[in-house]
Design a protein around this ligand. Sequence first.
Ligand code: ADP
Length: 330
Amino acid sequence: TGELSAQVAPAELGYEGALRPATLAEFVGQEKVREQMGLLLGAAQIEGRTPDHILLAGPPGLGKTTLSMIVAAELGVPIQQTSGPAIQHAGDLAAVLSSLVPGEVLFIDEIHRMARSAEEMLYLAMEDFKVDIMVGKGAGATSVPLELSPFTLVGATTRAGLLPNPLRDRFGFTAHLEYYANAELEGVLRRAAGLLDFPLEQAGIAEIAGRSRGTPRIANRLLRRVRDYTLVHNTAPDAESVNAALSLYDVDEHGLDRLDREVLRIIVDRFAGGPVGLSTLAASVGEEAETIEAVVEPFLMRAGLIARSPRGRIATSLGWSHLGRTPPPM
Ligand code: ADP
């Protein structure tokens, strides 16, 4: 995937870590989620217990990992991080659960990708802080109950609907993270520019915000590319440098990157505007269907460039004109 997509390249991890807000107060935007979360954590602290388990739902790059770390920091407890794909057997989960210290936060990213057998174990662990460990094989196998330390599970998923109901029901609170408004992204960017000691002027901040597709991760990454540009070309930290840097990286004025445009182009050119099924579309651009569904589609739909129909994705007339084509009469 492209350099500027919502996925994280290992080289970017240190940079992301440096810009991560450490407290709820520093977390920019998402007013409602912040207030809901503040109440949940505050009440638990007053009563001296662990808070309800928390599910964070929303597209990549909106702050789910950051929020899980904030939960631990606000509660003053350690955090262990793992992910659904890393839990392939119930045993993998048992090992993590039994290593938790009292009050610890367990963050499971992409929790919808966890093995089925582990899901069942997680139900009991979430409810009663207990697991049943299978000992032995075949006819002689017995299950041994194991008490766990009380913990707070923070699960993250790109869509709450991907979780089986019994799992979803065991979260006391689901935070739906929405794409950020431009004013919120400007706040994210001002904060990051300050931390990077990069005096980007307001017009430049606004320009980056408008091209960041509602996503703080992308805003921060574009900011860094602009900073690189001004360093190497010795230009002023202004909107002109922003425009030059972002056109170099193929980010257009609506924030579409190469993959977004490729998807749109395939719907319009190869399938005469659609409808196209998700798997056909994914195969045509050589990407995983999940990436298209979680990252590309929500953005293109929000921008009004594509729409969903019962038979697949279709390009809207705005989508046609974005590529400089004349839409067919509807
Ligand atoms: P996710 O887990 O949803 O993919 P992350 O929590 O890893 O997203 O956030 C990606 C990057 O965006 C991090 O570097 C983080 O610092 C930044 N970020 C996300 N949300 C905010 C926010 N509300 N305020 C400031 N920075 C944010």
